[in-house]
Design a protein around this ligand. Structure first.
Ligand SMILES: Cc1cc2nc3c(=O)[nH]c(=O)nc-3n(C[C@H](O)[C@H](O)[C@H](O)COP(=O)(O)OP(=O)(O)OC[C@H]3O[C@@H](n4cnc5c(N)ncnc54)[C@H](O)[C@@H]3O)c2cc1C
Length: 489
């Protein structure tokens, strides 16, 4: 085994790992970056995202940021335990420090540091603006970097490479095992590269290897057997095979976030594009292979509801559904932006003609569409860009908005499956991004950031994950560099 010594080892080089590595190198730390992918695919999920940030300006998070994260902080939280969140953090009992839920300390740090982190990225050459997205109806404000997540990856990777004397960027090498001394303090990491195992020594390790969406065994173990019908939403997710989460848990970390869940998105299974979402169903219906409706296709604006819809699709046979719309979709301005599949829609002049082209129980589908049509209200208040209250209420499930009869040719359909953007289960961290053990203590020298740190439950608060990676990556990098400068982690 080849041995090398550093102040800090960063495992993974997406938004979180690169933010950590560059921040630490800027403070003078000697950093090793381990990256499983080859150089031209570095950056994991971050490389493939448009990277929307839930911001209302370059300095302030969106108005609903704190509320949405707090609403989705856990399952049914026990008020007897979480009441201590209102006390000084130093006085929290161990069970609260190690609790899997997202505490107010993390929400506050995340919100406060989002603006400074965005400004820091600007200083690295990444430009942000309000750019168009694929939602026709929205509930919040979003900014994004020009060039998407890839711009973040390439700017920070280039910056890391500038520190030739301080940063070793090691590709095609996957972190596998933490080295700890008998007190649990981090001593380094063992990783596997093209020529075998290497052992790197450092008093600090930042785990930023993403989630476990690229690991079929972990997906089935934590998210259940239906995981076989999901797939990562883009190529980068296949590199995220869960070692960061596993290494942390094996080192004694408390778990955090919802291990049984993931950020779900509705995509066209025929497409190999990154994130080939299909969101037209809000203006039509969704049918399963048995020809039945199974979910409220438009409970609210599509940006706030597509995840729940995707989860309902996953529960159908073979985890798939058909989105069906009629020619009235042309009343929706620019509706094609809601379809990012590169595959053509299935189209026909008659409903029967369309159903004949789908893998569906056509007799049942005809019956379902007929009863849906009979239940539709007077369409005169139709408003495609606002929730319009045109509801079907007499059917189960109902449809709350944009309900109009499917009657005008041409009729269009898309297959939709549920893709995994990233997994929710990860490691418990504190607001310094230190990994916390089952007794509420930081594991000395161990940090986690990005998807590897578990923070989400229930519904993903959209457009917060890249931001989370950059915010807590920077915090981890700064903390580890300070520890190195002081001679102890
Ligand atoms: C298509 C798409 C659209 C998205 N849209 C948005 C959006 O608009 N807004 C938003 O906030 N989020 C969005 N997300 C989610 C967001 O991009 C990710 O959650 C975030 O970028 C994750 O950053 P990360 O650094 O934690 O992980 P990643 O960016 O996935 O980086 C992890 C890195 O670790 C490497 N790695 C994995 N295992 C190992 C190992 N054992 N050793 C060494 N290296 C390893 C991987 O190769 C990868 O480079 C989207 C994701 C995708 C794919």
């Amino acid at each position: 085994m080849k041995q090398q010594r550093f102040d800090l080892i960063v495992a993974g080089s997406g938004a979180a790992g690169l933010s950590a590595a560059v921040t630490a190198a800027e403070s003078g730390a000697r950093v090793a970056i381990l990256e499983r992918a080859p150089k031209d695919e570095r950056g994991g999920n971050t490389r493939y995202t448009e990277s929307f940030w839930r911001m209302q300006s370059k300095d302030e998070v969106a108005d609903d940021f704190t509320q949405r994260l707090a609403e989705n902080a856990g399952g049914w939280l026990d008020p007897e335990v979480t009441k201590d969140w209102t006390r000084e953090q130093s006085g929290w009992p161990a069970i609260l420090k190690a609790h899997p839920a997202l505490g107010p300390d993390l929400i506050q740090t995340w919100g406060e540091q989002a603006g400074p982190t965005l400004r820091w990225l600007e200083s690295q050459g990444v430009k942000f603006d309000f750019l168009p997205n694929y939602f026709i109806t929205v509930s919040t404000t979003r900014m994004s970097p020009i060039g998407g997540g890839r711009a973040i990856v390439e700017a920070l990777a280039a910056r890391a490479e500038e520190f030739e004397d301080r940063v070793s960027y090691i590709y095609e090498t996957a972190a596998e095992r933490l080295i700890q001394d008998e007190t649990g303090r981090i001593q380094g990491i063992i990783a596997k590269g093209p020529s075998g195992y290497i052992s790197l020594e450092a008093p600090s390790v930042i785990l930023a290897t993403g989630g476990f969406q690229g690991n079929a065994e972990m997906m089935a173990r934590y998210c259940g057997p239906a995981a076989q019908w999901t797939r990562p939403i883009a190529r980068g997710g296949y590199y995220n095979r869960g070692e960061g989460v596993t290494m942390g848990l094996q080192a004694g970390a408390a778990p955090a976030g919802d291990f049984g869940s993931f950020h779900a998105q509705p995509v066209d299974p025929r497409s190999g594009e990154a994130e080939p979402v299909v969101l037209t169903y809000s203006y039509g219906i969704l049918l399963n292979r048995e020809g039945k409706r199974f979910t409220n296709e438009a409970p609210a604006t599509v940006d706030a509801t597509y995840e729940a819809t995707s989860r309902d699709i996953l529960k159908q046979s073979q985890g798939m559904a058909w989105a069906i719309v009629d020619g009235q979709i042309d009343d929706v301005p620019n509706w094609r932006k809601a379809v990012r599949s590169d595959q053509p829609e299935i189209i026909a002049d008659t409903l029967d003609g369309l159903l004949a082209k789908l893998d569906i129980d056509a007799t049942e589908a005809r019956r379902t569409i007929s009863s849906f049509n009979n239940a539709c209200p007077d369409p005169s208040g139709f408003d495609p860009i606002k929730t319009d209250g045109l509801a079907v209420t007499k059917l189960s499930p109902p449809k709350t908005h944009w309900s109009r009869k499917l009657q005008k040719p041409p009729f269009r359909a898309w297959p939709i499956v549920c893709a995994t953007c990233f997994t929710f289960g990860g490691l418990k961290i504190d607001s310094s991004a230190r990994v916390i053990d089952h007794d509420g203590h930081p594991i000395p020298g161990l940090y986690a950031a990005g998807e590897t740190a578990g923070m989400y439950f229930r519904t993903y608060t959209g457009s917060t994950s890249v931001m989370r990676g950059c915010v807590f990556g920077r915090i981890a990098g700064a903390h580890a560099a300070r520890a190195a400068n002081q001679g102890a982690a």
